[in-house]
Design a binder for this molecule. Structure first.
Ligand SMILES: NC(=O)C1=CN([C@@H]2O[C@H](COP(=O)(O)OP(=O)(O)OC[C@H]3O[C@@H](n4cnc5c(N)ncnc54)[C@H](OP(=O)(O)O)[C@@H]3O)[C@@H](O)[C@H]2O)[C@@H](O)CC1
Ligand SMILES: Nc1ncnc2c1ncn2[C@@H]1O[C@H](COP(=O)(O)OP(=O)(O)O)[C@@H](O)[C@H]1O
Length: 291
């Protein structure tokens, strides 16, 4: 089979995913770090998505003030409270609380609900060197803004880094936040090269070796608030099952899009909620696995 590339991305289809073989049936611990004062629910969406794709244990880390409420909202998770900066952001000092957890996790998702690029950058600088060797890391939201300005922050996790930007975050990753991203394939390829990461951008997956895949299953209903948090968690759950990063991104993006397709008859395109995608994911995975 020819190597996929930017001028001819390989279509991501159910048949391709079946050919690759299904992801494992469950393994590992996912740690999701995020949840500033004004965005505590993002880690809930990511965390449940990770459980839906096969993570066995879930650790959620949010600012201390929201930790107990989150623990009740997600009884399946262990919840850790983090120090909060005056702005309500997760403080850089959270690295002290998270040190042991990142060393023990099988996959780390960092970003959902983080709100301050400087505090997040300082947190990444302290935390990423502590992530266990070989443990994959998914960065999302303001963590992407932080490495967009300072790509060197992600060096400790090069080779096992996965980025899930929306179009605004993609512009930050390219170091050109003022320029809207127009071509998703070109942008994904450039980001993958610049950050030595697998990138999932609006259905396009690119790896640092120049391979590109494209999923045409998605629709505008997936632009709903919190949708990207779900996607980041799906990837994290698959990575915790030891799926190769590029394949995890393709599996996750396709499952996300198929979940959206299943909702259309009930919600239409405009009434879809990100949390509703979560309950569709196991059914989608069963269908994908069984053919
Ligand atoms: N909004 C939602 O519906 C949901 C939000 N959720 C969570 O909330 C968190 C905050 O997201 P938000 O969307 O509230 O930040 P938003 O007000 O756009 O930005 C404020 C200013 O910051 C800047 N900036 C933006 N992105 C940036 C980046 N990546 N890195 C650096 N800078 C960036 C930008 O400034 P500008 O570039 O315009 O100068 C903008 O004016 C986030 O973690 C998300 O996961 C979801 O969980 C649930 C649904
Ligand atoms: N208009 C769209 N058409 C197709 N897929 C979409 C569309 N909007 C979002 N998606 C899918 O949903 C994912 C998450 O959407 P995104 O807007 O990036 O989320 P967020 O802003 O919450 O981070 C995208 O990566 C893409 O796979």
């Amino acid at each position: 089979m020819p190597k996929p590339n930017r001028s001819d991305p390989t279509p991501i289809t159910s048949a391709l995913l079946r050919e690759w073989g299904p992801p494992g049936t469950g393994n590992g611990t996912v740690l999701v770090v995020g949840g500033a004062r004004r965005a505590p629910g993002a880690v809930l969406l990511s965390g449940i998505a990770a459980l839906r794709t096969g993570a066995v244990t879930l650790q959620l880390a949010v600012v201390e003030r929201h930790a107990s409420a989150l623990g009740l909202a997600v009884p399946e998770a262990l919840v850790v409270g983090l120090p909060e900066a005056d702005s309500g952001a997760v403080s850089r000092d959270a690295a002290d609380v998270l040190a042991d957890l990142v060393a023990d996790a099988d996959a780390v998702v960092l970003g959902p609900g983080l709100t301050d690029v400087d505090e997040t950058g300082a947190l990444l600088e302290k935390l990423l060197p502590l992530v266990a060797e070989d443990t994959p890391v998914v960065l999302d939201a303001f963590a992407l803004g932080a490495i967009g300005t300072h790509p060197e922050l992600a060096e400790p996790v090069h080779g096992r880094l996965l980025l899930t930007p929306n179009t605004v975050e993609a512009a930050y990753l390219l170091g050109r936040p003022e320029d809207p991203v127009e071509d998703f394939v070109d942008a994904a390829v450039e980001i993958a090269e610049r950050h030595r990461a697998v990138v999932s951008l609006m259905g396009v997956v690119a790896d640092p070796g120049g391979q590109v895949w494209r999923d045409a299953t998605g629709h505008v209903g997936l632009a709903t608030s919190g949708s990207g948090d779900v996607l980041a968690g799906l990837v994290g759950g698959l990575l915790a099952c030891a799926v190769d990063p590029a394949r995890a991104a393709c599996w996750a993006g396709h499952a996300h899009a198929m979940a959206g397709q299943r909702l259309v008859p009930r919600t239409g395109l405009t009434g879809m909620l990100a949390r509703e995608l979560l309950d569709e994911v196991p059914l989608v995975l069963v269908e994908l696995r069984m053919g």
